[in-house]
Ligand binder design. Structure first.
Ligand code: SAM
Ligand code: ZN
Length: 169
């Protein structure tokens, strides 16, 4: 059971464009939203002219999905208040700590992240890393260790050797 889309709203964000905001407080560990991964993007089902690549997410086995609203509007923060974990095959945006009503919902895009995209972060957090490399294992090692419990099951399986090396440090 998640709080669901009625517990959040999409509006302008100081981080970037549109963001997702809490309409009520959430407890740490509470499932806020399900991510709908049903719109797969592949050669047979490419993005249309109305779709934006930035609303895509990159999953196990190089699967690409185009997220719908509201989850497509969740911005990145280097000090996130949620993370994504898969339960019974459904990805859940889950509160990492208590979240107050009206707070922007964010997660760290590098958790479960791969690839070699480098981009400039404007999250405004005290601990902002400013220049972000998309791959989890490019994070500073202390942060990899901090985030280790938050890695999703599929990512642990896909990057098992690197996860094991991190666990043994
Ligand atoms: C899934 S969308 C998030 C929603 C986006 N704000 C919108 O209005 O469509 C991801 C895109 O938002 C932007 N973005 C998200 N978090 C950001 C951040 N902390 N700093 C800079 N840009 C960010 C980047 O352009 C990124 O490719
Ligand atoms: Zn940042």
């Amino acid at each position: 059971m998640t709080a669901g889309p009625s517990a959040v709203e999409v509006r302008s964000s100081e981080i970037d464009g549109q963001g997702v905001f809490a309409k009520r407080a959430f407890r740490s560990g509470e499932a806020i939203l399900e991510i709908d991964d049903s719109r797969v993007v592949d050669d047979l089902h490419p993005l249309t002219a109305d779709d934006l690549a930035r609303h895509c997410d990159y999953l196990a086995g190089a699967k690409v999905v185009l997220m719908p609203s509201p989850e497509r509007h969740i911005n990145h923060s280097c000090d996130p208040n949620t993370f994504v974990r898969t339960v019974a095959g459904i990805r859940l945006v889950t509160a990492l700590r208590e979240i107050a009503a009206h707070e922007e919902i964010t997660y760290d895009y590098c958790i479960n992240g791969s690839g070699d995209t480098v981009w400039a972060c404007r999250c405004g957090a005290f601990r902002c890393r400013h220049e972000i490399h998309s791959d989890f294992f490019h994070l500073p090692v202390e942060l990899q260790r901090e985030y280790l419990p938050l890695l999703d099951t599929w990512f642990r399986e896909e990057r098992a050797a690197e996860v094991a090396r991190l666990q043994n440090l």
